[in-house]
Write a protein that binds this ligand. Structure first.
Ligand SMILES: Nc1ncnc2c1ncn2[C@@H]1O[C@H](COP(=O)(O)OP(=O)(O)O)[C@@H](O)[C@H]1O
Ligand SMILES: [Mg+2]
Length: 374
């Protein structure tokens, strides 16, 4: 079911060389980003990396120091060309971490207020509010005040208010971060369904990598005001372009193993202090030190000896119901293994492990950039 009352004008967003500093310290550095129409794109990164600033620049709540912004092919900001389209003319809907509902207004009034300000006919306002309340399943709550609602319901009012104004673009800044953990997971499904039904171009900000992976068509990973990688969740997860992205995405954290790429009897090997393994791919990086990465779920383990597998002693076992995290140590190197369900392993047990070599990536030890297969 679609709740839009007109076809949304599908708008792409293009940022070209956008920079923004606050009193001399850069918050966003020369950012280039192309968000296709109808896409759900997440800005992901640690606190202070420039996500909110980027969103506010798109919204027009801040002006870039340099660069250009296009929405739907139209130039909406360029300092050089003297173009500045104000926020209210950018056809955007915004949701922030605090829902910013008016406490003295009912749910109905909180949603209708903006529509009244747009001077829409009364019947149109009634129709839109009724439809969006239905959409977010708050029809029985239309006459309640925000203080009479749970956090999740308040968040849904904020979402309803955004939808009712029928923006072409949704901008959301950590909209789930004030909700408790269970509700946050439920709301992810709601937001994803909403995007599926409305198809509005969405820019979503979060520091939560699981949220980014679960919701997005594409993820823009940021660090220190810079874009580190822009790709699908699959690309970001399986082919992080640098070690920062590799470590930031995925829980438990990715394993890193120092070693070297070496050729022996015609075969290319990854060789570390305690094991070596033949590779099926080739790299223009032979004979050099690398850092290998492997995700915890890409390490197999057995409680009985397997030929060619590495014997390890269990350091700790963390069962979590759906999975068990097992940590092992070899010399100073810790490794984390993720096994499904309750694994039959005890502290100090000897286990045998094997790496899914096709899933191993290699990084330059100094630049920390991905070494592409040749
Ligand atoms: N209005 C502001 N005035 C001064 N510094 C700011 C302002 N807004 C953001 N900053 C700074 O810019 C950097 C990026 O902030 P922000 O975009 O809010 O990061 P994030 O949303 O990723 O946590 C931070 O160092 C922050 O302190
Ligand atoms: Mg922020």
């Amino acid at each position: 079911m679609l709740v839009f009352f007109r076809e949304a004008l599908l708008s792409n967003i293009v940022l070209k060389g956008i920079s923004k500093s606050f009193s001399g310290s850069p918050a966003v550095r020369s950012l280039n980003l192309e968000i296709e129409e109808s896409q759900f794109v997440t800005l992901l990164g640690p606190s202070g990396c420039g996500k909110t600033t980027t969103l506010r620049l798109i919204a027009g709540l801040e002006d870039p120091d340099a660069g250009e912004i296009f929405i739907g092919g139209k130039l909406i900001f360029s300092r050089e060309k003297g173009v500045f389209i104000p926020p209210e003319k950018r056809q955007l809907g915004l949701i922030f971490q605090s829902y910013a509902l008016w406490p003295h207004m009912t749910v109905y009034k909180n949603i209708s207020l903006g529509l009244e300000e747009q001077k829409l006919p009364k019947e149109e306002i009634e129709r839109r509010v009724t439809t969006v309340l239905e959409k977010v399943q708050l029809t029985p709550y239309r006459d309640r005040y925000p203080s009479e609602l749970s956090g999740g319901q308040q968040q849904r009012v904020a979402i309803a208010r955004m939808i009712a104004s029928e923006p072409d673009i949704f901008l959301m800044d950590e909209p789930l971060s004030n909700l408790d953990a269970m509700l946050r997971v439920d709301m992810r499904a709601e937001l994803k369904r909403l995007h599926y039904e409305l198809g509005a171009t969405t820019v979503y900000v979060t520091h939560d990598q699981v949220e980014a992976l679960t919701l997005s068509d594409k993820i823009a990973v940021m660090m220190d005001g810079e874009l580190r990688q822009f790709g699908s969740p699959r690309e970001i997860y399986h082919y992080p372009t640098d070690l920062f992205v590799a470590r930031f995405v995925g829980s438990p954290r990715i394993n890193t193993i120092p070693g070297a790429l070496a050729r022996q009897e015609g075969k290319l090997l990854f060789r570390s202090a305690f094991f070596e393994k033949a590779l099926q791919r080739t790299f223009d990086f032979e004979g050099r030190d690398v850092i290998a990465t492997i995700r915890p779920e890409d390490i197999a383990f057995s409680t009985t000896p397997q030929s060619g597998w590495l014997e390890m002693q269990v350091y700790s076992v963390l069962p979590a119901g759906s999975e068990t995290i097992i940590t092992v140590r070899k010399d100073d190197l810790p490794l984390t293994i993720k096994a499904p369900g309750f694994a039959d392993v005890e502290m100090n047990d000897h286990i045998w492990i094997d790496f899914d070599i096709a899933r191993m990536n290699f990084y330059h030890p100094q630049t920390e950039n991905l070494i592409p297969a040749a």
